[in-house]
Design a protein around this ligand. Structure first.
Ligand code: 5GP
Length: 225
């Protein structure tokens, strides 16, 4: 999947071969309520090189969620057909509902030289690590405290008490996977966390391994010296 994932770093000229870079896959995981959705939206709004992977899920839409923007909402047979037909890059069951990443849109974005942002859990991240590890940048968002997490879940007020309790209980499990990630952001304050996320993305885009055409570029540079 990674060979054609390029975007120009600068235009080719007659004197220097083109440099380009492969698109990267930025994964954001966290327990529900840690602020990941807000961070994702802000990043997408402020960085035009990155596009969101819209997941398919069998859970019911929350109020305000838009089909095709927040999720593709599907019934169980439709999801199972997609999964069994190999249409999902990864999939997992979270809180008794199916979630998965449609393969086509991600591959199209990456081959168009765009980076892709994933809001997926640790199970999906592990699957992507197996299939696309060199393109993956994994960021885990932690809440500053248990009280803060509960407050955010209750303020969101879109889930029943029972679901909030289940999400709190699940948070500890989710957090236990923090060590599988490359970067950790403790989300005290959204602006600060967003700055950190942008810094990570900025640095990862400059990684030598992501730049294609580099050896030819350097060879030509050295020959001219
Ligand atoms: P929510 O129902 O709150 O939108 O999401 C619940 C959890 O499912 C979140 O941790 C979210 O990151 C995760 N999730 C959403 N979409 C996907 C997906 O496509 N794959 C996986 N593995 N997890 C997902």
């Amino acid at each position: 999947m990674s060979s054609s994932l390029t975007s120009p770093l600068h235009p080719a000229s007659s004197s220097s071969p083109a440099l380009a870079r492969r698109g990267l896959m930025l994964v954001l995981s966290s327990p529900s309520g840690a602020g990941k959705t807000t961070l994702s939206r802000r990043l997408l709004a402020e960085d035009e090189q990155i596009t969101m992977s819209v997941s398919v899920t069998t859970r019911a839409p929350r109020s305000g969620e838009v089909e095709g923007k927040d999720y593709f909402f599907a019934d169980i047979p439709t999801f199972e057909k997609m999964r069994d037909g190999g249409e999902l890059l990864e999939h997992a069951t979270v809180f008794g509902n199916y979630y998965g990443t449609p393969r086509g849109a991600v591959e199209a974005a990456l081959s168009g030289g765009r980076d892709v942002l994933f809001d997926i859990d640790w199970q999906g991240t592990q699957q992507l690590s197996e299939s696309a590890s060199q393109d993956l940048v994994k960021v885990f968002i932690l809440p500053p405290s248990a009280e803060d997490l509960e407050k955010r879940l209750r303020t969101r007020a879109q889930d029943s008490d029972e679901v909030v309790r289940a999400r709190m209980a699940k948070a500890s499990d989710e957090i236990s996977h923090y060590f599988e990630y490359d970067y950790i952001i403790v989300n005290h304050e959204v602006e600060d966390s967003l700055d950190k996320l942008k810094a990570i993305l900025h640095a990862e885009r400059q990684k030598r391994e992501r730049v294609t055409g580099l050896s030819r570029f350097v060879k030509q540079l050295r020959e001219a010296l």
